[in-house]
Write a protein that binds this ligand. Structure first.
Ligand code: NCD
Length: 310
C-alpha cells in the first residue's frame, strides 16, 4: 500500500515487501548519503525530532538524512528546556508540534509512547526508541548491514548476544529476522532473557531459535554476531546491574574461532562488550552499520514524506 503518510511505531507495522522496498531505496541513496550527489526530494519539508532520552547516532543520522534530501529538521534534544518541564503531557506536546512539521521522530523512555503520540499527531510518527519497547528504524539499519555483508537475510545464522530483556533494538530485530527466515541463536545472562511477549511472537512464526548460555558454543556456526550493551538505565537498582555487568565480552580470542565470513554488529554505544582490538578485525562491521543509518533513514523519510525515493 506504499509507505507515504504511514506511522512506523513497531517493526510489525512493516510487511516484508515494505522492508525490502526500504532496503532497496537505501542502497540507491548511498551516493547521496556520502555527499557525492545532491538530492532535492524533500525540499521544503520539515522533520520534527522530539528526543526525551539521550541519543547520538539516531538523532544526528535523522538530521543528516533530512539535510541530504534537501529538507530541514527542528529538534528537541533536551526535554528539560521544553514545556514538558512545566508539566505538559506528551499528548499535548505532540498535538502541537505535529502541526508545525511534516512528520515526527520520537524517542521516549516509556514503552508505548510512540503509539500514544501517533494518536495525538496529525502527521506520521516514527518511533526512534520507546523505553524497552522497540526501535524499528535501527532494525532497518541492522538488516541493511546484513544485506550488504551477505547479499541476503534469509537463512543467515544470527546470534543475538547481550541484554535481550531491556534492549529494544533486539525486540524489533528478532521479529524482523523471523519474518525474513533467518535462524536465531540467543545468548544472554539468565536474568536478561528475551521478554515473553517477544518470544511468543517469534514462536508463532515457526522461526528456528536456540538459546545458549555461552556465546562460545555458537560462534563457529554464526554468520552475524549481534551484540548489545547492558541497558543500565533500565535497571531498578545498581546491585541488580552489578550482578550482570561485564558478564560477556567479544574479543579477538573469541573471534579466532569464528568462520571467516562472520560479521560483528552492534547498534552502539558499546560500553566494553566489544574490545577495541576488534575494531581492526575484518569481522568488525559496527561502524559501517552506524553510517548506514543515514541512507536507510533517507529512504524511510523519502518514502514516508514523498511516497518515492527517486
Ligand atoms: C540503541 C538504543 O537507543 O536503543 N542505540 C541506538 O539507537 N543505536 C542501543 C542502546 O542504547 O544500547
Amino acid at each position: 500500500m506504499g509507505l507515504k503518510g504511514r506511522d512506523l511505531l513497531s517493526i510489525r507495522d512493516l510487511s516484508k515487501e515494505d522492508i525490502e522496498e526500504i532496503l532497496k531505496a537505501a542502497h540507491r541513496m548511498l551516493p547521496y548519503a556520502e555527499g557525492k550527489k545532491v538530492n532535492h526530494l524533500l525540499d521544503g519539508k520539515i522533520l520534527t525530532l522530539a528526543f526525551f532520552e539521550p541519543s547520538t547516532r539516531t538523532r544526528l543520522s535523522f538530521e543528516t538524512a533530512m539535510a541530504r534530501l534537501g529538507g530541514t529538521s527542528v529538534t528537541i534534544a533536551d526535554a528539560s528546556v521544553t514545556s514538558v518541564k512545566k508539566g505538559e503531557t506528551l499528548h499535548d506536546t505532540v498535538r502541537v508540534i505535529s502541526q508545525y512539521g511534516d512528520a515526527i521522530v520520537l524517542r521516549h523512555p516509556n514503552e508505548g509512547a510512540a503509539r500514544l503520540a501517533a494518536r495525538a499527531s496529525a502527521k506520521p510518527v516514527i518511533n526512534a526508541g520507546d523505553g524497552t519497547g522497540e526501535h524499528p528504524t535501527q532494525t532497518l539499519i541492522d538488516l541493511a548491514a546484513m544485506q550488504e555483508a551477505f547479499g541476503k537475510i534469509a537463512g543467515l545464522r544470527v546470534t543475538l548476544l547481550g541484554d535481550l530483556k531491556y534492549g529494544r533494538t533486539v525486540h524489533s530485530l528478532a521479529r524482523a529476522l523471523a519474518l525474513f527466515g533467518a535462524r536465531l541463536v540467543v545468548s544472554s545472562p539468565p536474568s536478561l532473557r528475551l521478554p515473553v511477549e517477544v518470544r511468543e511472537d517469534l514462536d508463532r512464526t515457526g522461526v528456528e531459535i536456540r538459546e545458549i548460555p555461552k556465546v562460545e558454543d555458537a560462534i563457529q556456526e554464526t554468520d552475524v554476531l549481534y551484540v548489545t550493551r547492558i541497558q543500565r538505565e533500565r535497571f531498578g537498582d545498581d546491585a541488580e546491574y552489578a550482578e550482570v555487568a561485564g558478564s560477556y565480552r567479544v574479543d579477538l580470542p573469541l573471534l579466532a574461532r569464528a568462520p571467516e565470513r562472520l560479521v560483528v554488529l552492534h547498534p552502539l554505544p558499546r560500553i566494553g562488550e566489544i574490545g577495541p582490538a576488534v575494531d581492526d578485525s575484518p569481522h568488525a562491521a559496527y561502524f559501517r552499520q552506524a553510517f548506514l543509518g543515514v541512507p536507510v533513514r533517507m529512504a524511510l523519510l523519502a518514502l514516508t514524506l514523498a511516497g518515492r525515493a527517486s
